[in-house]
Design a protein around this ligand. Structure first.
Ligand SMILES: Nc1ncnc2c1ncn2[C@@H]1O[C@H](COP(=O)(O)OP(=O)(O)O)[C@@H](O)[C@H]1O
Ligand SMILES: O=P(O)(O)OC[C@H]1O[C@](O)(CO)[C@@H](O)[C@@H]1O
Ligand SMILES: [Mg+2]
Length: 491
């Protein structure tokens, strides 16, 4: 596959998706947004952080592999674990203690919109869609300021028994606290020394401390649920934030209640528009019971499309009982394109989905159930469009209009990504998933699924990495829906 061909395909795809976007009437995006307090760690700051602790105690805590942040040592341990492998991680904190400690001992560089739903709502509004309806159950006055102030970005406002759509800045819930996450971004080659152990960070990545205060509930206000028709017309829904669900709550309710409510919302959305397509965007979910419940009770059988990164594919396979496959994905990770492909096919089948879109650094894999109304070329255009969005976001740290999105076309397609696909080609031809020429297009035809694989654009020195996966998944899903609407309009 020649890289110039893929550059041209990116360009053609950008313009024909841009033409299709106005066919969309509306997109619904829920649940999680927060304020991201971003700290880019330098070696000086890291050693200052380590200096607050006994290094032997840090090492001991590393070995316990804390799955939530109960005290500063848990935070320090998970930061070192994340840096050592250069692997992104998101760890919940159920009290504000760590927030206070970090404010006092570290501070942050700048604050930005965070949370899949928050990031995605803003992105879609900037892409000049007709209407984006965001729904954040915990929309505080401060949080509302992080949403784009534009006529095409709305939020349900409950007034007595009625619900109207207003700008988020006029729809917040007075008096509630903001959810603030801390993001520690670190750079490749940063040297780390602790308790006599020395290592170099292998890759740019980040650790997210996800604040999960006691009052937080992943649930829809009763009035909004009862007036869900006030969101119409919408063509698609992008849902995320289920990782907020806890096993037990102080009032005796359990995760089962919130899973059941989440399914009710999805089923009601589908009853309002039978053509509606629903996408769930995953993130790292430390609690395995919750991870499994989200996949088997909410995603499976209720949702059409799933977006996730390579680590999340491995973690999903693990709780679904495919330990072997999960390990082969995580072990080779970015290079294990064959395992990633097989893993994504397994998720499509286990969760009865129409579509599984995996994003990895340098290539994307999209598995499709047979009979989808779009051709593989149309799906490929949607993926290529999202690759340009990702490039723009990584290059400039933001996308605030379609022209800024178009800037992503200047970023080169990843040679490494193309190489990975080349290596995978032999497997595909050998398994008769495609002919040599079909492999040039990136199309695969399985016995019970099809697939599209593309090399994606990668920025050498990204300005920001948080939220690029959200942009990839939301961009591709939205582009796909737009093309479906355009096709239905006979254009
Ligand atoms: N420098 C970069 N250039 C282009 N794409 C990138 C770059 N860094 C990361 N990405 C893309 O962003 C994705 C990260 O997605 P994910 O891990 O889901 O993060 P998040 O959920 O924070 O958006 C990677 O899989 C890759 O496709
Ligand atoms: O799980 P939470 O607390 O909603 O946090 C999600 C985190 O993931 C991101 O949305 C990136 O995908 C961050 O902006 C945010 O801090
Ligand atoms: Mg992600």
């Amino acid at each position: 596959m020649d890289i110039q061909e893929w550059e041209q395909r990116h360009t053609d795809a950008f313009y024909n998706v841009k033409e299709a976007l106005p066919y969309l009437e509306g997109m619904f995006v829920a649940y999680n947004s927060n304020i991201d307090a971003i700290k880019h760690l330098t070696d000086k700051e890291l050693s200052r952080l380590i200096g607050f602790f006994k290094e032997t105690e840090i090492q001991e805590r590393v070995e316990t592999y804390p799955r939530e942040i109960k005290d500063p040592l848990d935070f320090m341990a998970r930061l070192l674990i994340s840096m050592r492998e250069g692997k992104a991680a998101e760890i919940p904190a159920h009290t504000s203690d760590i927030h206070e400690w970090l404010k006092e001992h570290m501070g942050f560089d700048y604050a930005r919109m965070g949370g899949q739903a928050g990031i995605i709502s803003n992105l879609l509004a900037y892409l000049e869609l007709k209407k984006v309806v965001a729904y954040i159950p915990w929309l505080s006055e401060e949080q509302a300021e992080y949403f784009v102030a534009s006529d095409n970005l709305l939020h349900p406002k409950v007034e007595g028994e009625t619900v109207t759509l207003k700008r988020p800045q006029e729809a917040f819930k007075p008096g509630i606290e903001s959810k603030v996450n801390w993001i520690f971004e670190y750079s490749k080659d940063l040297e780390v020394t602790c308790n006599g152990i020395k290592f170099k960070v292998p890759r740019d990545n980040r650790l997210i401390i996800s604040s999960r205060p006691k009052w937080l509930r992943l649930d829809m206000d009763r009035e909004v649920y009862e007036h869900l028709d006030s969101l119409l017309p919408i063509d698609g829904a992008i849902l995320s934030g289920y990782q907020m669900i806890k096993e037990q709550y102080e009032d005796g309710s359990t995760y089962k209640d919130y899973v059941a409510n989440s399914v009710k919302v999805i089923e009601k959305l589908k009853s309002l528009n039978p053509e509606l397509r629903i996408h769930v965007e995953l993130t790292s979910i430390q609690n395995r019971l919750i991870r499994k419940a989200i996949l088997t009770e909410i995603v499976a059988k209720h949702v059409h499309s799933l977006g996730l990164d390579t680590v999340e594919v491995a973690n999903a396979l693990n709780v679904l009982g495919h330990e072997e496959l999960s390990y082969s994905v995580i072990k080779k990770e970015e290079n294990g394109i064959m395992s990633l492909y097989q893993g994504a096919v397994q998720l499509l089948k286990d969760l009865s989905l129409e579509r599984v879109h995996v994003h990895s650094l340098g290539f994307y894999i999209c598995i499709l159930a047979k009979g989808h109304p779009l051709t593989l070329k149309e799906h490929r255009d949607s993926l290529l469009f999202s690759s340009t969005l990702a490039a723009a976001k990584a290059l400039n740290g933001k996308i605030e209009n379609l022209a800024e999105a178009e800037a992503g076309l200047e970023v080169p397609v990843s040679n490494k990504g193309l190489e990975d696909l080349e290596n995978f080609k032999l497997y595909c031809i050998g398994r008769k998933l495609c002919t040599p020429e079909e492999s040039e297009y990136g199309y695969l035809y399985g016995p019970d699924h099809d697939a599209v694989l593309i090399p994606s654009k990668v920025v050498d020195k990204p300005k920001a990495t948080v939220g690029i996966g959200d942009a990839i998944s939301a961009g591709a899903f939205t582009a796909m829906l737009a093309k479906m609407k355009q096709k239905r309009a006979g254009k």
